[in-house]
Design a binder for this molecule. Structure first.
Ligand code: CA
Length: 225
């Protein structure tokens, strides 16, 4: 049985192209061209993943995503026309699994769909020998101390707890400052830079903390198999 992808997209030509690529990659696809029918469709058909456009006639993608999350953990990839919107969406914590910005290449969509499905399956996720010790704020990589500051530790722990999820700088900042132990240096980028440098000291080619251009950061464990 192929996995079923629901494409919710009012630009029918675009939906058709994405459907073609996904089918060529071995998925089964269904398309809905407006927002009102999505929730009931998902309830009865239970697709394996949803590509959900933000701007839709009938009902917008945000509202749909929120309602779906009340009863379903189906992986959702939000699709939007603007990078700035992604930032706003991240701030709203809709529970989407990933975001794709238009214009996109259909190949990229296929790759993202595969990555999100793999993650949702929770198979073979390695954490690169990273071990975090909450009590002492100590992190080790393959048995060697990363020697992190409290802020770096918190950033790493937070990103690691949500693998693959992209967080904006603002959202990360908010998380760091909710914690009283954190000092008042407000530059997330510089903390991330130092954190990566420390990881790369022990593992030169590690890219477990990735920047997503114009959006933020995510923890991307390498997946095998
Ligand atoms: Ca649209």
């Amino acid at each position: 049985m192929p996995q079923r992808i629901l494409i919710v997209e009012d630009e029918q030509r675009l939906a058709g192209i994405v459907a073609d690529y996904l089918q060529a990659a071995g998925f089964a696809t269904d398309c809905l061209f407006e927002g009102t029918a999505v929730v009931s469709w998902v309830r009865s058909e239970q697709p394996d993943l949803i590509l959900l456009d933000l701007m839709l006639p009938g009902r917008d993608g945000m509202e749909i995503c929120r309602e779906l999350r009340e009863f379903s953990q189906v992986p959702i990839i939000m699709v939007t026309a603007r990078v700035e919107e992604i930032d706003r969406l991240l701030g709203l914590e809709l529970g989407a699994d990933d975001y794709i910005c238009k214009p996109f290449s259909p190949r990229e969509v296929v790759a993202r769909v595969r990555a999100v499905l793999r993650r949702a399956g929770g198979k073979n996720v390695q954490t690169h020998g990273l071990i975090l010790e909450e009590a002492t704020l100590k992190a080790t990589l393959n048995g060697r101390d990363l020697d992190l500051t409290a802020v770096e530790y918190k950033l790493l722990a937070f990103l690691m707890a949500h693998p693959g999820h992209i967080y904006s700088r603002d959202k990360l900042m908010e998380r760091m400052y909710a914690d009283q132990r954190i000092v008042n240096d407000r530059t997330i980028d510089s903390h991330i830079k130092k954190l990566r440098r420390k990881i790369n000291l022990l593992e030169a080619d590690s890219e477990i903390i990735r920047s997503v251009y114009g959006v933020g950061y995510k923890f991307e464990p390498e997946e095998s198999g």
